[in-house]
Design a protein around this ligand. Structure first.
Ligand code: SF4
Length: 536
């Protein structure tokens, strides 16, 4: 999707292959010692790719024709040094002067040449917003469906089609232009005044509104829903839900950088709950807002009321910034819900950043920066206390200091929350056998939890499992990826919730039928709707 946005803006773009162990070795050869793993993997992957171009192009041509676009930061962990490391490693590998564009989390795009080459526009920004959100929703869907697909590879194929449809939409759909949407008679006049302030404000407002509320994207997502309905799933497979958290890069990559942990967990029979990038975006907004609140305590000293105009201006600027953060957060969350609903038929709110910070704060201050900050501790507590997964797995690269700090705190939490099944795995370029065996041990506990839950659900149900299976085989909508399995409070696994849903349908009771749901027996499963799948 990002490729499509850049292509639409006239830039040829190609993503680097997922870094593998060979990339790590190349990275180690050209980077300084003592860096964290993501640096070795990503720098090595870039050099490996540039070398693959060499038979067809000289180094000078490669340096002239290519630029590398990546994320950067001024943050307090080693991420802040990545840009400098990239340059040093590229020089050492013989690509002197190779251009780097870094997207700074808080400062936009920096370019080594001074010219980013990007034409920032409202359309570009809104398309990027769509790409982030749709990427998250598709990623969630992919991992949600893969363990339950009836035909192996169906979810993979479906994701490819959905992602390419979304990319095509982003690349080719016509955008709003004020002059084109006005009545014919006014168009020449508007065209002549395109540079006028009033025209630009109206045009920008129209673009934002059509991006957020227009029908085109929702219609395109509606078609994706139809495609999804062609796939079949078996929701009755009993699988422990494993929430994967950890350092940002390690929890997102799907290659050797995290020992291919998602595939391993699925092979071991788990349902993986992936972390959306949107949580990171909301975390950044929340942190910026919190820093503003802390700084505002200095206002009485920095801008005392003895100088009323300065004092008023300082306070006004503070409140405007807070309003902007609140509006940014509201727009992002609202749009996330809209797109998710258009694609999945239901929206699942993202976890509250304020709640995550409040949960983490007694153990890990939310004002500490670097890496994931308080998020690892906060998320572990959030998903455990809300009973949204059977196990939390935190993956972090070798040498990640902020994650090591979180792990020290997590060790204490395990004693305070005995129901917590938590495992932290540090990923180096080798040593996956040891990591896999630790994951298998923790997973055994999670599997028992999931199986017990399923058996309790069956005991609560009025129908035996054979009857439930027969009913499902007669109703294709129950084998659809779009069937919404109700998340019940305290019931984590999909299979247990699905049994209760089908039981209600068969008995004609509960939310799904015309029913009066029978009261659950004491100690049995409750059936009120719980937190969302996305939160899980
Ligand atoms: S969070 Fe950890 S692994 Fe990621 S860049 Fe910072 S120090 Fe490195």
């Amino acid at each position: 999707m990002i490729q499509s946005i850049l292509r639409r803006n006239g830039l040829q773009c190609q993503r680097l292959p997922t870094p593998d162990r060979c990339a790590h070795e190349i990275g180690k050869e050209y980077c300084s010692n003592g860096l964290c793993n993501p640096a070795y993997f990503t720098i090595g992957s870039l050099i490996e790719y540039l070398r693959s171009l060499e038979p067809a192009q000289t180094r000078e041509e490669i340096v002239r024709n290519y630029a590398f676009f990546t994320a950067g930061s001024n943050g307090p962990c080693r991420f802040g040094m990545y840009e400098a490391e990239f340059r040093a490693a590229l020089n050492a590998a013989g690509y002197n002067g190779f251009r780097l564009l870094t997207f700074q989390q808080d400062h936009g795009v920096n370019a080594s040449s001074g010219q980013s080459g990007f034409q920032f526009s409202v359309d570009f920004g809104m398309d990027a917003l769509h790409a982030f959100i749709l990427g998250d929703v598709l990623n969630y869907l992919h991992h949600r469906l893969r363990p339950y697909e009836l035909q192996e590879g169906d979810s993979e194929r479906m994701m490819e089609v959905l992602a390419s449809d979304a990319g095509l939409y982003l690349e080719t759909t016509k955008r709003f232009e004020f002059s084109e949407s006005a009545p014919e008679i006014l168009r020449p006049f508007l065209e002549r005044h395109r540079a006028a302030r009033a025209y630009r404000v109206s045009n920008t407002t129209g673009k934002i509104l059509t991006h957020l509320y227009g029908r085109k994207l929702r219609a395109s997502l509606g078609k994706c829903r139809e495609r999804m309905n062609r796939m079949e799933v078996d929701w009755l497979r009993v699988k422990p839900v494993v929430k994967v958290i950890g350092e940002f890069w390690a929890q997102q990559t799907e290659g050797d950088g995290n020992y291919q942990m998602f595939q391993f967990l699925e092979k071991e029979g788990a349902e993986v709950s992936v972390e959306p990038i949107s949580n990171w975006v909301l975390y950044l907004l929340n942190q910026a807002n919190q820093r503003g609140i802390v700084r505002s305590r200095l206002l009485p000293h920095q801008a005392p009321w003895s100088k009323p105009v300065t004092a008023f201006r300082a306070r006004l600027s503070h409140w405007l910034k807070r309003c902007m953060f609140a509006a940014g957060k509201g727009i992002y969350q609202g749009h996330y819900a809209r797109l998710e609903k258009a694609l999945l038929g239901a929206s699942h709110p993202l976890p509250s950043q304020l709640e995550i910070a409040a949960l983490a704060n007694p153990y890990y201050s939310s004002s500490l920066r670097g890496g994931e900050g308080h998020l690892e501790v906060g998320k572990n507590l959030y998903y455990t206390t809300h009973q949204l997964c059977h196990m939390v797995l935190a993956v972090k690269p070798f040498g990640c200091l902020p994650s090591l700090q979180s792990d020290a705190v997590q060790a204490g939490l395990a004693e305070r929350f005995p129901e917590m099944v938590f495992l932290a795995v540090e990923t180096a370029a080798e040593g996956e056998v040891h990591a896999y065996s630790r994951v298998q041990m923790a997973l055994a506990e999670a599997r028992v939890k999931a199986q017990n839950e399923f058996e309790t659900a069956l005991r609560s149900a009025r129908q035996p499992l054979e009857e439930i299976r027969r009913f499902v085989s007669q109703h294709p909508e129950l084998r659809s990826p779009l069937f919404r399995v109700t998340r019940r409070s305290g019931v984590v696994s999909t299979a247990a919730n699905f049994v209760l849903d089908v039981d209600e349908l068969m008995s004609g009771s509960g939310d799904r039928g015309s029913i009066s749901r029978r009261d659950p027996a004491p100690g049995s499963l409750r059936s009120e709707p719980g937190p969302s799948h996305q939160e899980a």
